[in-house]
Design a protein around this ligand. Structure first.
Ligand code: ES4
Ligand code: ZN
Length: 329
């Protein structure tokens, strides 16, 4: 239809996607073979069945098992580069011209991979993505919130040599039992380093966790923020302070954070004046950003004006993509 074509062709900015959760399945299998890494799955068909089962039974924790398992195929600098370049090539196909990628180094650290290996691979891909595909990639360092505050803080400190490529700090992985406040020190340090601050909150956890992220960690953005829709005061704060909620409806439905697309809180937030944008989170498990927009438009009944507003927000509230707005308009 005409609307589908518009969503396909319009320049887009994606604010919320995780590298480790976005490794194309065929590439993951290829890297597993090259690096002699044993996986519990051996074909894209098996990965589809295995991941759907985990996510439907365990929600967000199931997503994280998939992320951690498939990411284990990355061992060398060129593997990390290949993953991000594959994402950038796909961006070009969808006309995503600017993308903010969460990189969760700690998922690699667990397997003994040095920070330098991961970061140099990602740095090289960032440069090539611009040259080869015209895609501007901005990295957000993600804290695996399940790790100790000490380990997260030392990760933040270790980012100093990479401030030319990393623009923000985020916090992700399993939310239940790991409130934002646990990583207050990391956020203090990151703020001092001049990093943009965001955190996943209000997906698995409650509104209190969103308040803590805003008032104690001083974040400039909330990833997801679903639970805010149940609290008028919180929505008013987000509206007043123009805090973007970078939402991923498919991910929320699959993880159980939202009961259905129809019951997803995005429209409530949008109608309360909260800036929201739409992203894919982990596209192999959810869908591409373009498919996400098409699906949400259909299921939530988003108008064309609302869709344009949401897509525009991706640039307007981005870390450093505001200069691309004229290209969008
Ligand atoms: C993630 Cl909280 C969350 N959701 C989906 N994918 C992820 N990767 C890392 N954290
Ligand atoms: Zn996420």
């Amino acid at each position: 239809s005409r609307q589908k074509q518009m969503l396909q062709e319009i320049p887009k900015a994606e604010n919320h996607i995780h590298i480790e959760g976005s490794i194309p399945w065929a590439l993951a299998l290829e890297l597993a073979e090259k690096n002699h890494v044993k996986l519990p799955v051996h074909s894209t068909e098996e990965i589809a069945v295995w991941s759907q089962d985990l996510i439907s039974r365990k929600g967000l924790d199931g997503f994280m098992i998939c992320d951690r398992t498939l990411n284990s195929v990355c061992l060398h600098e060129e593997d990390y580069e290949a993953v991000v370049l594959a994402l950038a090539k796909e961006d070009q196909r969808q006309n995503i011209i600017y993308q903010e990628l969460h990189l969760d180094y700690p998922l690699n650290e667990e397997r003994g991979i040095p920070l330098k290996v991961v970061m140099e691979g990602y740095r090289s891909a960032q440069k090539k993505a611009k040259k080869l595909y015209g895609v501007e990639i901005v990295y957000i360092a993600g804290l695996d919130r399940t790790l100790s505050s000490e380990r997260c803080l030392s990760f933040v400190k270790a980012l100093r040599p990479y401030l030319d490529m990393v623009a923000g700090l985020g916090m992700d992985c399993e939310e239940n039992g790991h409130p934002c406040i646990k990583h207050l020190e990391s956020y203090r340090e990151a703020k001092e380093m001049g990093l943009f601050l965001t955190a996943h909150a209000g997906e698995d956890g409650g509104a209190d966790n969103i308040w803590d992220a805003l008032l104690k960690l001083d974040v400039q953005r909330i990833d997801h923020g679903c639970r805010a829709a149940e609290h008028p005061e919180l929505m008013e704060y987000l509206q007043e302070h123009q805090i973007l909620c970078a939402m991923c409806p498919s991910g929320n439905v699959y993880s159980g954070a939202a009961a259905s697309f129809e019951a997803h809180p995005l429209l409530t937030l949008l109608h309360s004046g909260v800036p929201v944008s739409i992203s894919s989170d982990d596209p192999p498990y959810t869908c591409s950003m373009t498919e996400e927009l098409i699906l949400d438009a259909e299921k939530m009944g988003l108008t064309e004006a609302e869709l344009i507003q949401i897509i525009r927000n991706g640039f307007a509230y981005s870390i450093s993509g505001q200069h691309l707005l004229p290209q969008f308009d």
